[in-house]
Write a protein that binds this ligand. Structure first.
Ligand SMILES: Cc1cc2nc3c(=O)[nH]c(=O)nc-3n(C[C@H](O)[C@H](O)[C@H](O)COP(=O)(O)O)c2cc1C
Length: 190
C-alpha cells in the first residue's frame, strides 16, 4: 500500500510579546509536537526586524500549508507580520508572470482577539465580522494563487481591568487548543 504523504505545515507565529502571552502560548503548545508542523517564531527570529527574505521564501517553498498565527492588533496583523508580507511576498516569487512559488499552497489565519465573538457583528461593539476584517489576508492569498482556509479564531482575551464578563476561561482555552490541534492534525493528513 502506498505510504500516506504528510502535508508540511508552517506556523508563522507573530506575537510581539510571546513571554506574556496566554492565548497564543496555549495554542502553540497544543500543536508544536505534531510531526510535520514547524513553528516559526517571527519576533524571536528577527528582533531587529531585518527579515532574511531568502530564508523566508525557502521556508514557504518547502511547506504546503502556511498558518499565519497572531493576536489581533488594531483589527489587523502585528506590524512585523505586515513587514514580513511586504518583504517576502515579492514580484517574481509570490506574484507576476514567474511568481508562482505559492500557487496551490494553502493559507490559514489563526487569530486571537481580546473582544468577544458577539462584539464582532454588524451593530455590535466592533461592527465588523472577523471574516470582513481578514479580507486583506484573504485577498493576499487569492493574489498569490493560494487557497484560503477558514480562519481559526479564539475570542475573549479581555484585560482584567475592563471588568467585562466573558473572558475566556482556562477550560475554554484548553478546549480551543485541542480543536486547533485536531484541525492541524487533519490538515497534515489530508
Ligand atoms: C496593541 C494591541 C492592539 C490590540 N487590538 C485589538 C483589537 O483590535 N481587537 C481585539 O479584539 N483585541 C485587540 N487586542 C487584544 C489582543 O488581541 C489580545 O490581548 C490577544 O489576542 C491575546 O492573545 P495572547 O494571550 O496570546 O497575547 C490588542 C492588543 C494589543 C496589545
Amino acid at each position: 500500500m502506498a505510504e500516506q504523504v504528510m502535508k508540511k505545515v508552517l506556523v508563522i507565529l507573530a506575537h510581539p510579546n510571546f513571554a506574556e502571552s496566554r492565548g497564543n502560548k496555549a495554542l502553540v503548545e497544543a500543536v508544536q509536537e505534531i510531526p510535520s508542523v514547524k513553528i516559526h517564531y517571527l519576533y524571536e527570529r528577527y528582533p531587529n526586524w531585518q527579515i532574511d527574505v531568502q530564508v523566508e521564501q525557502e521556508l514557504l517553498r518547502s511547506h504546503d500549508l502556511i498558518v499565519l498565527q497572531h493576536p489581533l492588533q488594531w483589527y489587523s496583523v502585528p506590524p512585523l507580520l505586515k513587514k514580513w508580507m511586504d518583504d517576502v511576498l515579492t514580484y517574481g516569487f509570490a506574484y507576476g508572470e514567474a511568481g508562482t512559488a505559492l500557487k496551490g499552497k494553502e493559507l490559514m489565519p489563526v487569530v486571537t482577539a481580546g473582544g468577544l465573538s458577539e462584539m464582532y457583528v454588524a451593530g455590535g461593539a466592533v461592527n465588523f465580522t472577523m471574516s470582513e476584517l481578514l479580507r486583506p489576508i484573504q485577498q493576499t492569498a487569492n493574489f498569490c494563487g493560494m487557497s484560503y482556509k477558514t480562519p481559526f479564531v479564539v475570542h475573549g482575551f479581555l484585560p482584567k481591568e475592563l471588568e467585562i464578563p466573558g473572558t475566556i476561561s482556562d477550560e475554554q482555552l484548553l478546549q480551543a487548543s485541542n480543536w486547533y490541534k485536531q484541525l492541524l492534525q487533519q490538515c497534515v493528513a489530508s
